[in-house]
Design a protein around this ligand. Structure first.
Ligand SMILES: Cc1cc2nc3c(=O)[nH]c(=O)nc-3n(C[C@H](O)[C@H](O)[C@H](O)COP(=O)(O)OP(=O)(O)OC[C@H]3O[C@@H](n4cnc5c(N)ncnc54)[C@H](O)[C@@H]3O)c2cc1C
Length: 386
């Protein structure tokens, strides 16, 4: 049997890695068990840190969480850089939302009213303003909005720097899959059991396996919160050999479809994303590649000239109310950190802080305490509403 640690994480995606690193920074001994750390949804994602663009009607509490999460990003990125020397590609780039037709324009205006009602920083842009901020935009763009507080991080650089940060901080990375949680006679969590037949004992067990969290066994029914996979395809293109192709993230409404182009410092551009309820399927489908590129080239005609690098699909861990599940469960010494849906990157630092704080104090700090793991949902609300 392996050495006991203070904490064991089942899952080292963006959430497990960030929380493991934070816990190790605070002096805890930590193990992360994952067969392929950082290669789940974290590897696919676009890395937008978009509290304003992601704000949605009826989700005011979630928007407050997004804003707090966004505020924790500069400190987190700078601490990680100091610890590892890696540049995570965290950039205060700002985002613009652009509309292709009158109905898209009306939708952006409606969202702007909502954002202003919440006191969020966003301003209306004319078509000319949009093109002066992002000259590669199509002349067909009808106008839009500027969200100066929406930023980005390079998702893959961040994952790799967190793995390095964890190793440097003494976190044990174990390549195996967790099959169940082990419990003592009083029903408290004592560790995890793996596919390889190992038992890793720990003072606290954190389940952070993204969409696979509910499949972890050994627990009484109803302990784990409802998380479902929402498939997303993303394409990566190379616009130029070096240097960003344009500065702001572009969030487009293309005849009612959502589309985005995220420019990276190395000249590549991430184009996303589909949103599909297809269970645990990550095959890349031709129709999805077609629709991603079709919408992108309507926004930015130069896309036709760019190099096609890859298309990849991943599974967002979604909850019924789009908010994450971070905190204790009804099983003593068992926490979960999952359900981050479209915003796992934005929420990673605040989740990491909250997990580490819970382990030290026994309380989930605000604003994540507004979303207890055992919250209940109206039975009628299903995935098709989201
Ligand atoms: C197309 C797309 C675009 C996205 N864009 C953005 C964006 O721009 N901004 C943003 O903030 N978020 C974005 N997201 C969402 C973000 O990627 C997720 O919210 C985030 O990755 C969730 O983190 P996680 O660690 O919970 O899950 P994951 O990143 O999926 O990691 C889960 C980890 O658990 C491991 N695992 C699974 N089962 C087990 C097991 N039994 N035992 C041990 N380990 C296990 C896996 O190997 C994996 O490493 C996007 C997602 C997709 C799919």
């Amino acid at each position: 049997m392996a050495e006991t640690t203070d904490v064991v994480f089942a899952g080292g995606g963006i959430i497990g890695l960030a929380a493991a690193w934070e816990a190790a920074q605070r002096g805890l001994s930590v193990r992360v068990v994952d067969p392929a750390p950082g290669r789940g949804a974290a590897w696919v994602a676009a890395g937008m840190l978009a509290p304003v663009t992601e704000s949605s009607f009826g989700e005011e509490a979630l928007t407050r969480l997004f804003l707090a999460a966004s505020a924790s990003w500069p400190g987190f990125a700078s601490r990680l850089k100091t610890a590892t020397g890696w540049d995570t590609g965290f950039r205060a780039c700002g985002a613009i939302a652009v509309a292709l037709d009158a109905s898209d324009r009306a939708q952006i205006d409606q969202l702007l009213d909502f954002q202003h009602g919440l006191g969020l920083e966003a301003s209306r842009l004319s078509a000319t303003d949009c093109r002066s901020l992002v000259p590669v935009l199509s002349p067909a763009v009808r106008g839009g909005a500027l969200m100066p507080g929406d930023h980005q991080v390079d998702n893959r650089a961040l994952v790799l720097s967190l793995i390095d940060g964890c190793v440097r901080a003494g976190v044990k990375l174990t390549s195996d899959r967790v099959v169940s949680v082990s419990l003592d006679r009083k029903g408290a969590a004592t560790g995890v059991v793996t596919e390889g037949g190992e038992i890793y004992l720990a003072g606290t067990v954190v389940l952070a396996a993204g969409v696979d969290t509910p499949a972890i066994g050994g627990l009484p029914e109803g302990v784990l919160p409802p998380v479902r996979p929402v498939k997303g395809h993303v394409a990566r293109l190379r616009a130029q050999p070096d240097g960003e192709a344009f500065s702001h993230t572009v969030r487009g409404l293309v005849h009612g479809h959502h589309s985005y182009l995220v420019p990276r410092a190395d000249g590549s551009v991430v184009v996303g994303a589909t949103s599909e309820e297809r269970g645990y399927d990550t095959t890349v489908q031709a129709g999805a590649v077609h629709s991603l590129l079709d919408d992108a080239r309507l926004l930015v005609p130069a896309v036709d000239e760019w190099e096609f690098v890859e298309c990849i699909a991943g599974l967002r861990p979604a909850s019924p109310d789009n908010a994450p599940f971070v905190g204790p469960t009804s099983v003593p010494r068992l926490l979960v950190a999952t359900g981050h849906y479209r915003n796992g990157f934005l929420l990673a630092p605040i989740t990491a802080e909250s997990v580490a704080t819970y382990i030290a104090t026994g309380s989930v700090p605000p604003p994540l305490d507004a979303f207890p793991v055992d919250r209940r949902f109206p039975a009628a609300r299903t995935g098709s509403d989201l």
